[in-house]
Design a protein around this ligand. Structure first.
Ligand code: 13P
Ligand code: SF4
Length: 303
């Protein structure tokens, strides 16, 4: 009997003792075959502790790279190696080294959406789920935050006692949302609560009832007494939202909320990766160790 694609993936996964991880923005079919679906923070935590031999990452490059940094003895494969994050590419290590010279002694907090080289030049990593709490707990009253100027402004707004020096990066997907889009969505669905990712432009934050990472948005919608939501983050999240709260209604804030890189990974890519047809993530041990510190300080803030 010939197996279909999903059956072949599941069989290969067992044979290779692999873990399939997917970000909340992946296409529904990929989320469905994944062992773990989550936000950047949860995926990093899971990658660090898995005892599987191999991690097939369905997401973008910096996520698979972080998994390799945190669990170097595992074979880590980005299912579609062309899936990058344009925001992560907005910081060149050389430019960061120059930037740091202007602010001697000021710690660098890097959003996980950065390359290993940039993490190696940073003091602490964060995700959108923990940026505020981690930075609040820092003893310094001035920090450099990169690459996302929007998440950096969000942190500055939440912790007015700290000075946040911003890098001028942004997510090309979330940045597309304009005030007019939000007004239209609220007019069309006035009964809905607006849930928004802090990667959106500050000009639209005033319309948000809640702001958080993708996992926090899912959690909020699942536990809220409200029944209808306008979702201000990438379209892939709708799949998880409908799964956790099938009785509730979700409206994407704008049709422009589609990250082309997150949409690159297909089931065929996952099969190819499991079959050894996609190169694994490789990294110089020296770079890995230099990048690891900032990630470990995020995952074990009290350790
Ligand atoms: P989170 O899932 O951590 O909110 O990540 C958002 C994102 O843009 C990842 O690329
Ligand atoms: Fe990068 Fe934005 Fe796409 Fe996330 S949604 S991978 S931050 S471009």
């Amino acid at each position: 009997m010939s197996l279909n694609l999903i059956e072949r993936i599941l069989k290969l996964k067992e044979e290779k003792n692999a873990l399939i991880m997917a970000h909340n923005y992946q296409i529904p079919e990929v989320q469905e075959i994944a062992d773990v679906v989550g936000d950047s923070y949860m995926l990093a935590k899971y990658a660090q502790s898995t005892d599987k031999d191999c991690i097939i990452f369905c997401g973008v490059h910096f996520m698979a790279e972080s998994a390799k940094i945190l669990n170097p003895s595992k074979k880590v494969i980005l299912a579609n190696p062309d899936a990058g994050c344009p925001m992560a590419d907005m910081v060149e290590p050389a430019a960061l080294s120059e930037f740091k010279k202007k602010y001697p002694g000021v710690p660098v907090v890097a959003y996980v959406n950065t390359s290993a080289e940039v993490k190696a030049l940073s003091d602490l990593c964060c995700t959108s789920s923990n940026a505020v709490s981690l930075i609040k707990a820092m003893k310094e009253d001035k920090i450099i935050f990169l690459p996302d100027r929007n998440l950096g402004r969000f942190v500055a707004q939440q912790i007015p006692e700290k000075e946040v020096i911003l890098w001028d990066g942004f997510c090309i997907t979330h940045e597309r949302v304009e005030e007019e889009d939000v007004i239209k969505a609220i007019e069309a669905h006035p009964e809905s609560k607006v849930l928004m990712h802090p990667e959106c432009n500050p000009a639209v934050w005033k319309y948000a009832d809640y702001m958080g990472s993708t996992a926090q948005i899912i959690d909020y919608a699942a536990h809220s007494e409200d029944q209808s939501f306008i979702i201000g983050t990438e379209a892939g999240i709708l799949h998880s939202l409908k799964k956790v709260a099938p009785e509730k209604t979700f409206h994407l804030l704008s049709g422009c909320l589609v990250c082309q890189n997150m949409k690159k990974t297909t089931l065929a890519d996952v099969e190819k990766a499991l079959n050894g047809g996609v190169p694994e993530i490789v990294m110089e041990e020296d770079l890995r160790q230099r990048a690891e510190g900032a990630l470990l300080r995020m995952l074990n803030p009290n350790g």
